[in-house]
Ligand binder design. Structure first.
Ligand SMILES: C[S@@+](CC[C@H](N)C(=O)[O-])C[C@H]1O[C@@H](n2cnc3c(N)ncnc32)[C@H](O)[C@@H]1O
Ligand code: SF4
Ligand code: SF4
Length: 331
């Protein structure tokens, strides 16, 4: 739970990054493993299994990021809950007063809940109604997500649904909003992309520019009537420029960072196109962060990264809304 003191600290860190050029990785995205219990048709992470930092080093890494000013950790994967020490990593984050958002497919959550304890936010992948979700993911996976949603509502854990929008799921955007509303959850829509898909053939699932504009227009419209959508107004407008992209001032590697399961740090999760990573396996996070390359590119395919970059425009009207929504969205 963030106190007002934590919020002021976070706002001050953002201002230092934005106006003084400081490097403070306030937000850390951390897929702790690429292993996964699922084989979703649009995701290649389970085929990219690599070495993983040991439990001991993982806990030190949490400490070192906390020392650098990290206040938000987004644990993901692969499926983070296949990693046996996920609970220890979460507990260490809690000890360091770091806000923990856990992105999960939901299948292992109820079994592991007693051991992982309470997280600050659950981000759960839900791609559409049962037929769409199960076809992408696994038979019975929709029912598993519904069980987690019911349980999180009982525990009063904030939930953000994370639908991957493709040509197949685009017609079902309204249904995801209906489900979110029923369970008191929020939603961050994420267009499908080649990055997590790796070698998978997802060309027919990709949205073209006309479909992107249609998605952007539909979300802009729905957002007026549904408080469940956490994509910001600026973020929704940015979607309309994809897949080509639009210049965006980039704060990757300075305000936020992306830590791979093997200890490699990238500025953001557009890994393939970016310069070589910097490893914190055998040296401190601070030293590794110093060598994370400064980069910029035109296309923020990941809505979370785009929202963070847009937030840093410090547009007086949008800044407060973006900051609030970024946290609610589990950036
Ligand atoms: C890689 S998964 C890891 C966490 C967990 N296994 C899950 O599925 O929620 C994180 C998010 O990336 C999304 N994702 C996977 N492949 C994608 C793709 N090709 N394009 C966009 N998002 C994708 C998933 O749907 C999920 O919401
Ligand atoms: S989207 Fe998540 S659950 Fe599906 S294969 Fe990728 S990592 Fe596993
Ligand atoms: S995708 Fe490009 S613009 Fe977006 S955060 Fe990464 S490097 Fe920056």
């Amino acid at each position: 739970m963030m106190t007002w003191g934590d919020k002021i600290k976070a706002a001050s860190a953002m201002a230092k990054v934005r106006f003084l050029g400081r490097q403070i990785p306030l937000f850390l995205s951390w897929p702790i493993t690429n292993r996964c219990n699922y084989r979703c048709s649009y995701c290649d992470r389970p085929n990219q299994v690599d070495t993983e930092v040991s439990t001991e080093r993982a806990l030190e890494i949490v400490d070192e990021f906390a020392e650098m000013g990290t206040q938000f950790v987004f644990l993901s994967g692969g499926e983070p809950l296949v990693r046996k020490d996920a609970g220890l990593i979460i507990e260490r984050c809690r000890q360091k007063r770091i806000f923990v958002c856990l992105t999960t497919n939901g299948a292992l959550y109820l079994k592991r809940k007693p051991e992982i304890g309470r997280v600050d936010m659950l981000k759960i992948s839900l791609d559409g109604p049962e037929s769409v979700h199960d076809a992408y993911r696994a038979p019975g996976s929709f029912a598993e997500v519904m069980a987690v949603l019911a349980d999180a509502r009982k525990d009063r854990i904030p939930v953000v649904l994370n639908p991957v929008v493709s040509t197949a799921s685009l017609p079902h955007v309204d249904e995801v909003i209906r489900i979110a509303t029923e369970y008191g959850a929020r939603i961050k829509f994420q267009p499908i992309n080649h990055e997590p898909a790796g070698n998978k053939d997802i060309d027919t699932l990709m949205l073209d520019s006309t479909q992107m504009r249609a998605l952007s227009g539909r979300l802009a419209h729905l957002r007026r009537s549904s408080g469940a959508i956490v994509n910001s107004r600026a973020g929704i407008r940015y979607l309309a420029a994809l897949p080509g992209g639009k210049d965006i001032r980039c704060f990757a590697g300075r305000l936020f960072a992306y830590l791979m399961p093997n200890g490699n740090i990238f500025p953001c999760n557009k890994r393939e196109e970016l310069a070589a990573p910097s490893s914190c396996l055998a040296r401190s996070v601070r030293d590794a962060m110093r060598d994370v390359p400064r980069v910029t590119c035109r296309t923020c395919w990941c809505t979370s990264d785009a929202e963070l970059n847009l937030m840093m425009r410090f547009d007086p009207v949008e800044a407060i809304e973006l900051a609030w929504r970024a946290v609610r969205a589990g950036v």
